[in-house]
Design a protein around this ligand. Structure first.
Ligand SMILES: [Zn+2]
Length: 259
Protein backbone atom coordinates (compact mmCIF):
# COMPACT_ATOMS: atom_id res chain seq x y z
CA UNK A 1 0.00 0.00 0.00
CA UNK A 2 1.29 3.44 -0.95
CA UNK A 3 1.87 5.58 2.13
CA UNK A 4 0.82 9.21 2.31
CA UNK A 5 3.26 12.09 2.31
CA UNK A 6 2.53 12.63 6.00
CA UNK A 7 3.45 9.02 6.77
CA UNK A 8 6.60 9.26 4.67
CA UNK A 9 7.63 12.41 6.50
CA UNK A 10 6.97 10.87 9.88
CA UNK A 11 9.09 7.82 9.01
CA UNK A 12 12.04 9.85 7.72
CA UNK A 13 11.82 12.27 10.64
CA UNK A 14 11.88 9.36 13.05
CA UNK A 15 15.03 8.02 11.37
CA UNK A 16 16.61 11.47 11.64
CA UNK A 17 15.93 11.65 15.40
CA UNK A 18 17.61 8.27 15.93
CA UNK A 19 20.56 9.22 13.74
CA UNK A 20 20.99 12.47 15.63
CA UNK A 21 21.13 10.55 18.92
CA UNK A 22 23.74 8.20 17.44
CA UNK A 23 25.70 11.21 16.13
CA UNK A 24 25.74 12.65 19.65
CA UNK A 25 27.16 9.41 21.05
CA UNK A 26 29.88 9.30 18.41
CA UNK A 27 30.66 12.98 18.97
CA UNK A 28 31.49 12.25 22.62
CA UNK A 29 34.25 9.93 21.39
CA UNK A 30 35.69 12.92 19.57
CA UNK A 31 38.89 12.40 17.68
CA UNK A 32 39.85 9.31 19.69
CA UNK A 33 38.89 6.66 17.11
CA UNK A 34 40.88 8.52 14.46
CA UNK A 35 43.86 8.98 16.78
CA UNK A 36 43.83 5.28 17.59
CA UNK A 37 43.75 4.45 13.88
CA UNK A 38 46.62 6.86 13.13
CA UNK A 39 48.76 5.35 15.89
CA UNK A 40 48.04 1.83 14.68
CA UNK A 41 49.13 2.81 11.17
CA UNK A 42 52.26 4.52 12.49
CA UNK A 43 53.23 1.47 14.56
CA UNK A 44 52.62 -0.86 11.62
CA UNK A 45 55.04 1.32 9.63
CA UNK A 46 57.70 0.98 12.35
CA UNK A 47 57.22 -2.78 12.42
CA UNK A 48 57.85 -2.99 8.67
CA UNK A 49 61.03 -0.93 9.03
CA UNK A 50 62.21 -2.98 12.01
CA UNK A 51 61.73 -6.17 10.03
CA UNK A 52 63.74 -4.67 7.18
CA UNK A 53 66.58 -3.70 9.56
CA UNK A 54 66.57 -7.19 11.05
CA UNK A 55 66.71 -8.87 7.67
CA UNK A 56 69.62 -6.62 6.67
CA UNK A 57 71.44 -7.62 9.86
CA UNK A 58 70.72 -11.27 9.10
CA UNK A 59 72.11 -10.98 5.61
CA UNK A 60 75.34 -9.36 6.93
CA UNK A 61 75.57 -12.19 9.47
CA UNK A 62 75.25 -14.72 6.68
CA UNK A 63 77.91 -12.91 4.69
CA UNK A 64 80.27 -13.11 7.69
CA UNK A 65 79.58 -16.82 8.08
CA UNK A 66 80.36 -17.44 4.40
CA UNK A 67 83.57 -15.40 4.65
CA UNK A 68 84.70 -17.36 7.72
CA UNK A 69 84.09 -20.58 5.81
CA UNK A 70 86.21 -19.34 2.92
CA UNK A 71 89.01 -18.44 5.35
CA UNK A 72 88.91 -21.99 6.71
CA UNK A 73 89.12 -23.34 3.16
CA UNK A 74 92.11 -21.11 2.43
CA UNK A 75 93.82 -22.23 5.64
CA UNK A 76 93.33 -25.87 4.67
CA UNK A 77 94.81 -25.18 1.25
CA UNK A 78 97.77 -23.38 2.83
CA UNK A 79 98.44 -26.36 5.07
CA UNK A 80 98.24 -28.69 2.07
CA UNK A 81 100.59 -26.49 -0.02
CA UNK A 82 103.08 -26.19 2.84
CA UNK A 83 103.26 -30.01 3.06
CA UNK A 84 103.68 -30.22 -0.72
CA UNK A 85 106.44 -27.64 -0.54
CA UNK A 86 108.45 -29.96 1.70
CA UNK A 87 108.55 -32.54 -1.05
CA UNK A 88 109.23 -30.50 -4.16
CA UNK A 89 111.59 -31.89 -6.76
CA UNK A 90 112.81 -28.56 -8.19
CA UNK A 91 112.76 -24.77 -7.81
CA UNK A 92 110.03 -24.31 -10.37
CA UNK A 93 107.60 -26.45 -8.36
CA UNK A 94 108.66 -24.63 -5.20
CA UNK A 95 107.98 -21.20 -6.78
CA UNK A 96 104.59 -22.31 -8.15
CA UNK A 97 103.48 -23.43 -4.68
CA UNK A 98 104.79 -20.21 -3.14
CA UNK A 99 102.56 -18.27 -5.56
CA UNK A 100 99.56 -20.39 -4.51
CA UNK A 101 100.37 -19.73 -0.87
CA UNK A 102 100.56 -15.99 -1.47
CA UNK A 103 97.24 -16.09 -3.30
CA UNK A 104 95.50 -17.89 -0.43
CA UNK A 105 97.05 -15.48 2.04
CA UNK A 106 95.64 -12.58 0.03
CA UNK A 107 92.21 -14.27 -0.04
CA UNK A 108 92.28 -14.50 3.74
CA UNK A 109 93.20 -10.82 4.12
CA UNK A 110 90.40 -9.71 1.78
CA UNK A 111 87.89 -11.91 3.64
CA UNK A 112 88.98 -10.51 7.02
CA UNK A 113 88.58 -6.95 5.72
CA UNK A 114 85.06 -7.75 4.49
CA UNK A 115 84.18 -9.33 7.84
CA UNK A 116 85.24 -6.15 9.63
CA UNK A 117 83.16 -4.01 7.25
CA UNK A 118 80.10 -6.22 7.64
CA UNK A 119 80.60 -6.06 11.40
CA UNK A 120 80.52 -2.26 11.29
CA UNK A 121 77.37 -2.30 9.20
CA UNK A 122 75.72 -4.65 11.68
CA UNK A 123 76.63 -2.31 14.54
CA UNK A 124 75.13 0.69 12.71
CA UNK A 125 71.96 -1.22 11.86
CA UNK A 126 71.65 -2.39 15.45
CA UNK A 127 71.77 1.22 16.66
CA UNK A 128 69.05 2.19 14.14
CA UNK A 129 67.02 -0.81 15.20
CA UNK A 130 67.37 0.04 18.88
CA UNK A 131 66.33 3.67 18.32
CA UNK A 132 63.32 2.70 16.27
CA UNK A 133 62.31 0.05 18.82
CA UNK A 134 62.25 2.75 21.51
CA UNK A 135 60.09 5.05 19.37
CA UNK A 136 57.76 2.16 18.66
CA UNK A 137 57.56 1.29 22.36
CA UNK A 138 56.68 4.91 23.14
CA UNK A 139 53.93 5.03 20.52
CA UNK A 140 52.62 1.68 21.72
CA UNK A 141 52.21 3.20 25.19
CA UNK A 142 50.22 6.10 23.67
CA UNK A 143 48.12 3.65 21.73
CA UNK A 144 47.39 1.50 24.79
CA UNK A 145 46.31 4.58 26.72
CA UNK A 146 44.09 5.93 23.95
CA UNK A 147 42.63 2.49 23.38
CA UNK A 148 41.66 2.11 27.00
CA UNK A 149 40.13 5.62 27.01
CA UNK A 150 38.15 4.74 23.91
CA UNK A 151 37.08 1.39 25.33
CA UNK A 152 35.74 3.01 28.49
CA UNK A 153 33.87 5.72 26.56
CA UNK A 154 32.43 3.13 24.18
CA UNK A 155 31.38 0.83 27.02
CA UNK A 156 29.58 3.72 28.74
CA UNK A 157 27.34 4.27 25.74
CA UNK A 158 27.34 0.70 24.42
CA UNK A 159 23.86 -0.25 25.63
CA UNK A 160 22.30 2.96 24.31
CA UNK A 161 24.12 2.61 21.03
CA UNK A 162 23.00 -0.98 20.50
CA UNK A 163 19.39 -0.10 21.22
CA UNK A 164 19.52 2.95 18.95
CA UNK A 165 21.07 0.91 16.15
CA UNK A 166 18.33 -1.70 16.47
CA UNK A 167 15.65 0.98 16.46
CA UNK A 168 17.37 2.59 13.50
CA UNK A 169 17.25 -0.62 11.47
CA UNK A 170 13.50 -0.92 12.15
CA UNK A 171 12.91 2.76 11.41
CA UNK A 172 14.89 2.54 8.17
CA UNK A 173 12.62 -0.22 6.84
CA UNK A 174 9.63 2.08 7.11
CA UNK A 175 11.25 4.80 5.01
CA UNK A 176 10.45 5.16 1.33
CA UNK A 177 13.45 3.93 -0.68
CA UNK A 178 13.93 7.03 -2.82
CA UNK A 179 13.50 9.27 0.16
CA UNK A 180 16.12 7.28 2.05
CA UNK A 181 18.57 7.81 -0.79
CA UNK A 182 18.19 11.59 -0.76
CA UNK A 183 18.21 11.55 3.04
CA UNK A 184 21.57 9.75 3.05
CA UNK A 185 22.95 12.15 0.46
CA UNK A 186 21.80 15.31 2.27
CA UNK A 187 23.04 13.98 5.60
CA UNK A 188 26.47 13.20 4.20
CA UNK A 189 26.83 16.81 3.02
CA UNK A 190 25.38 18.42 6.15
CA UNK A 191 27.91 19.34 8.83
CA UNK A 192 25.45 18.82 11.68
CA UNK A 193 24.17 15.53 10.22
CA UNK A 194 20.68 16.96 9.81
CA UNK A 195 18.79 16.05 6.64
CA UNK A 196 15.27 16.33 8.05
CA UNK A 197 14.35 19.37 10.12
CA UNK A 198 11.34 21.21 11.47
CA UNK A 199 10.52 24.82 10.76
CA UNK A 200 11.21 26.60 14.04
CA UNK A 201 10.22 30.20 14.69
CA UNK A 202 9.60 30.69 11.01
CA UNK A 203 13.05 29.46 10.01
CA UNK A 204 14.57 26.26 8.63
CA UNK A 205 15.83 24.20 11.57
CA UNK A 206 18.94 23.27 9.57
CA UNK A 207 20.25 26.52 8.09
CA UNK A 208 18.08 29.03 10.01
CA UNK A 209 17.00 30.86 6.89
CA UNK A 210 13.45 32.19 6.91
CA UNK A 211 10.74 30.02 5.43
CA UNK A 212 8.01 32.20 3.83
CA UNK A 213 4.51 31.94 5.45
CA UNK A 214 2.90 30.44 2.33
CA UNK A 215 5.58 27.76 2.23
CA UNK A 216 5.06 27.08 5.93
CA UNK A 217 1.35 26.60 5.23
CA UNK A 218 2.23 24.07 2.47
CA UNK A 219 4.55 22.26 4.86
CA UNK A 220 1.77 22.03 7.45
CA UNK A 221 -0.56 20.51 4.89
CA UNK A 222 1.87 17.65 4.18
CA UNK A 223 0.46 17.07 0.73
CA UNK A 224 3.88 17.04 -0.90
CA UNK A 225 7.53 16.84 0.12
CA UNK A 226 9.01 20.28 0.61
CA UNK A 227 12.71 21.01 0.97
CA UNK A 228 14.40 24.17 2.23
CA UNK A 229 15.12 26.57 -0.63
CA UNK A 230 18.46 27.48 0.92
CA UNK A 231 19.98 24.23 2.14
CA UNK A 232 17.87 21.52 0.52
CA UNK A 233 16.98 19.83 3.80
CA UNK A 234 13.66 18.05 4.01
CA UNK A 235 11.16 20.08 6.05
CA UNK A 236 9.12 17.60 8.11
CA UNK A 237 6.71 20.07 9.71
CA UNK A 238 6.24 23.35 11.52
CA UNK A 239 6.76 23.57 15.27
CA UNK A 240 3.98 25.42 17.05
CA UNK A 241 5.61 27.51 19.72
CA UNK A 242 5.18 30.90 18.14
CA UNK A 243 2.78 32.32 20.75
CA UNK A 244 4.91 31.18 23.70
CA UNK A 245 8.10 32.37 22.11
CA UNK A 246 7.00 35.79 20.99
CA UNK A 247 5.97 37.06 24.43
CA UNK A 248 9.30 36.80 26.31
CA UNK A 249 11.12 38.13 23.25
CA UNK A 250 9.06 41.32 23.38
CA UNK A 251 9.74 41.64 27.10
CA UNK A 252 13.46 41.46 26.54
CA UNK A 253 13.20 44.04 23.80
CA UNK A 254 11.37 46.45 26.14
CA UNK A 255 13.92 45.99 28.87
CA UNK A 256 16.71 46.57 26.45
CA UNK A 257 15.17 49.78 25.12
CA UNK A 258 14.64 51.09 28.65
CA UNK A 259 18.24 50.54 29.51
ZN1 LIG B 1 17.56 25.29 5.32
Amino acid sequence: MESTVAQKLEAIHNLQLLDSKLDAIIKVRGALPEEVQDLEDEIAGYETRLEKFQSEIDSFDNEIKALKESIKDSEKLIKKYQEQQMNVRNNREYDAITKELELQDLEIQVAKKKITEAGHRIETKKVDLEELSLIKKDRQKDLDQKNSELTSIVSESETDETKLNNDREKAKKKVDERLLKSYTKIRANAKNGLAVVMVKRGACGGCFNTVPPQRQADIREKKKLIVCEHCGRILAGVEDEIIEEVAPKKKRATKASKA
